[in-house]
Design a protein around this ligand. Structure first.
Ligand SMILES: [Zn+2]
Length: 323
């Protein structure tokens, strides 16, 4: 009994010491966390710095013959392409006006300047968690200034996520499904990141500048209804290089957005009459930024509401509940 008591007592003493030691470790841990937290304001305090958007919306900025679209939901913001450097519209100003300070991620669909031109400006002013682009795109364009931008991201230690068909990015209840590129093409446009954004039962297809070859590969790769989208951002500013009837029929959108207009000081060469007649034939309601200014597609309750920048009430329209 005595022996046993002695052992127990030693054991209790040991336990007491261990608990003391663990408490001390815990205390130091908490202290380190508080110090770290104070010295790292960006990691914690900026998580909710964007103005809150109750519903999901995509805004296609009027940036001439170029692309730049802002996706917002909750405190989240995603930028898809950054327009041309000398565009009449400053994407930075548009973002400031909307209270954007931070992006969950930024997508550069492919290495053409009408998609990445204002990126250096944006890199200076906004916090970007990571960049999304396609590796095949970079490799196919050796001389591009795009490589300089990629280097800038690396220098700033902003991670780069190289995506391809089948990848998925999920933030809250929004899914960014990467449909393309499905392989490496020699044509840079075909290497565009093609992304289908899914929110509730709504879908938005963003196509970069992909051309017919990439559209055909997507048709082969995605069977059934998986390409079907309520809204499509028409590829390559409405050029006849893209938007085959077969592809648009499969996507079967209610609304088409064409990001097109002046290119530097020249008149717009896009969209092509061929693309416009295909859209008309398929009875797809089409909005062109050159005509209506920036276009916002918002999901409110179970409807998608389209609003345009220029005061043209007839352009504002509800589209029916997603099928
Ligand atoms: Zn383009």
């Amino acid at each position: 009994m005595i022996k046993s008591f002695y052992i127990n007592s030693k054991f209790n003493k040991f336990n007491f010491k261990t608990i003391n030691f663990l408490s001390w470790i815990f205390f130091v841990g908490i202290l380190c966390f508080l110090v770290y937290d104070n010295f790292n304001p960006e990691t914690k305090k900026n998580d909710n710095i964007n103005s809150f958007v109750e519903n999901f919306s995509i805004e296609f900025f009027d940036v001439g013959k170029a692309d730049s679209a802002l996706v917002r939901f909750g405190h989240h913001a995603v930028l898809i392409d950054a327009a041309e450097k000398n565009s009449a519209t400053s994407v930075k100003d548009k973002l400031n006006q909307r209270g954007i300070k931070k992006f969950d991620f930024v997508v550069l669909t492919h290495p053409h300047s009408d998609h990445y031109g204002q990126m250096p400006e944006i890199l200076k002013k906004f916090i970007i968690k990571y960049l999304v682009t396609a590796k095949s795109g970079i490799n196919s364009h050796e001389k591009s200034n795009f490589k300089k931008i990629i280097r800038k991201f690396k220098k700033m230690k902003i991670p780069i996520k190289f995506v391809k068909s089948g990848d998925i990015i999920k933030i809250d209840n929004v899914v960014f499904k990467i449909l393309g590129p499905s392989k490496k093409y020699t044509n840079i446009n075909n290497n565009s990141v093609v992304m289908q954004i899914l929110y509730k039962n709504h879908s938005f297809l963003l196509t970069g500048d992909m051309e017919k070859a990439a559209e055909k590969d997507l048709l082969n790769l995605y069977s059934g209804e998986s390409l079907k989208s309520n809204i499509i951002k028409i590829a390559h500013h409405g050029s006849s290089t893209s938007s085959t009837e077969a592809f648009l029929s499969k996507v079967n959108p209610k609304i088409a957005i064409i990001s097109s207009g002046k290119y530097f000081n020249s008149a717009a060469l896009y969209p092509s009459t061929k693309t416009l007649s295909t859209l008309e034939k398929l009875k797809i309601k089409t909005y062109i930024t050159e005509k209506v200014g920036s276009i916002i597609a918002s999901v409110i309750d179970d409807k998608i509401i389209i609003k345009t920048e220029k005061n043209d009430v007839s352009q504002n329209q509800d589209i029916e509940k997603a099928a």
